[in-house]
Design a protein around this ligand. Structure first.
Ligand code: APR
Length: 243
């Protein structure tokens, strides 16, 4: 399943960085985007995940995100999320750089998390930027300035949160091991992180159920659902580290 090299490097690593994508949460029952039956198979991202769509039809977009938030609030971290939190506890430096907005890494107990694309459990006013709760997302308008309430997620064409990518890049290129987990690696700048790690000579492994767009740049590809492969990996590393 995974090489002795990967186990050995993780067993002796000081610093590990991981990039996670929607595949990380598939076993928590949350649809991915580009798999058959994924979100973008049934709807067009520019119709729902863009500022233009929001301004054109705020009720539709607010309703869609409220629906996604309800799904996310029902979902539980899966053994893959828990395995990353366990691995973090064994290491001096561990960074989870996630494209996911489902809050499941937080719920699994991961501490050092960089949210590249925001977090569905947060909302704010698009005009005065005041934080808003889900009830206000339902009402749709800010009680202070009457602006539109939006989810705190990064839409297509929007900038990532200030400093998030830079922090993720620094973690990726300075790690002893980089894991790219459950991402098709087609959306930049996030997909540039595994490539930057590989360029910097970091040992890189992909965890996916199929080869992603960057698989051939990884040192190894571990095929299988991450909810199964990650706990097995972490168990072997824990043994090697005497945990
Ligand atoms: N375990 C591991 N990988 C899985 C699993 C699983 N159980 N199930 C699916 N995958 C893999 C798929 O093979 C695919 O490579 O997860 C990946 C999901 O890819 P996408 O649906 O494209 O999701 P992601 O890579 O996170 O998309 C990136 O695109 O739409 C934007 O903002 C959105 O953050 C998202 C970004």
């Amino acid at each position: 399943m995974f090489s002795a090299r990967l186990i050995e490097r993780l067993t002796h690593a000081n610093s590990v960085a991981v990039l996670t994508g929607a595949g990380m949460s598939a076993e928590s029952g949350i649809a991915t985007f580009r798999d058959p039956g994924g979100l973008w198979a049934t709807m067009r991202p520019e119709e729902l995940a863009s500022m233009d769509a929001f301004l054109a039809n705020p009720e539709l977009v607010q309703g869609w995100y409220r629906h996604r938030r309800e799904i996310v609030e029902e979902a539980q971290p899966n053994p893959g999320h828990l395995a990353l939190a366990r691995l973090e506890a064994m290491l001096d430096e561990f960074t989870v750089i996630t494209q996911n907005v489902d809050n499941l890494h937080h719920e699994a107990g991961s501490q050092n998390i960089i949210e590249l694309h925001g977090n569905l459990t947060r909302n704010y006013c698009a005009s005065c930027r005041r934080p808003a709760d889900d009830a206000e997302l339902s009402i749709g308008h800010c009680p202070i300035c009457s602006g539109l309430i939006r989810p705190d997620v990064v839409w297509f064409g929007e900038m990532l949160p200030e400093g998030a990518f830079e922090a993720g890049l620094q973690a990726a290129v300075s790690a002893d091991v980089f894991l790219s987990i459950g991402t098709s690696a087609v959306v930049y700048p996030a997909a540039g992180l595994p490539l930057a790690a590989a360029e910097a000579g970091v040992y890189c492994a992909e965890f996916n159920v199929q080869h992603s767009a960057i698989a051939d740049r990884m040192d190894e590809v571990v095929l299988g659902p991450s909810g199964g492969t990650l706990p097995k990996l972490v168990e072997m590393v824990a043994t090697g580290r005497g945990w």
